[in-house]
Design a protein around this ligand. Structure first.
Ligand code: FES
Length: 166
């Protein structure tokens, strides 16, 4: 009787161990990335991306330009490539500022007016100076700014930083 029970007990023990082992492996496979996602700050998860938007040599000092570029944007779980634009102003030999062309009132496309020497929104006539400030409303705040850096003669655009109210 004992001889028959021993192999069954061994088999049961082995199966229980295998099941617990698999459950542990599955739990770790799901739990470790989930814990990492929850515990790591959102900013640390985001990698810094710089997009080449223009040649510095093609920009004239104090002459705003609209530049169009391709960027990759995360949309839920997938990444989409889209066209985007920036209003770029070369303010010195090695200084460039870049603004989002999205009006801070209701989101219409802002563009440079050579006649007015301002950025103008066609929807409700908000005007912005070349440093992004609101000259006339109803826009409630300055144009949002891109992070900008210059490397090897190229103007690189980073994240858009939302401007403060006022
Ligand atoms: S959307 Fe630009 S002024 Fe209203």
């Amino acid at each position: 009787m004992d001889e028959k029970e021993t192999p069954q007990k061994d088999r049961r023990g082995f199966l229980a161990g295998a099941i617990f082992g698999m459950m542990g492996a599955i739990g770790a496979a799901i739990g470790v990335p989930a814990l990492g996602y929850l515990l790591m700050p959102a900013k640390a998860r985001r990698k810094e991306v710089w997009i080449e938007a223009a040649d510095l040599a093609n920009l004239t000092v104090n002459q705003p330009e609209q530049v169009v570029f391709q960027r990759e944007r995360r949309d839920g779980w997938k990444f989409v490539t889209e066209r985007a634009a920036a209003l770029v102003v070369r303010t010195g030999e090695q200084q460039v500022v870049a603004f989002s062309p999205v009006c801070t009132h209701l989101g219409c496309a802002v563009s440079w007016s050579e006649n007015e020497k301002h950025f103008l929104c066609p929807c409700h006539t908000s005007a912005f100076s070349t440093d992004g400030r609101v000259l006339t409303g109803p826009a409630p705040r300055p144009l949002d700014r891109f992070d900008v850096k210059i490397a090897e003669g190229k103007v690189l655009l980073g994240e858009i930083k939302q401007s403060a109210e006022g």
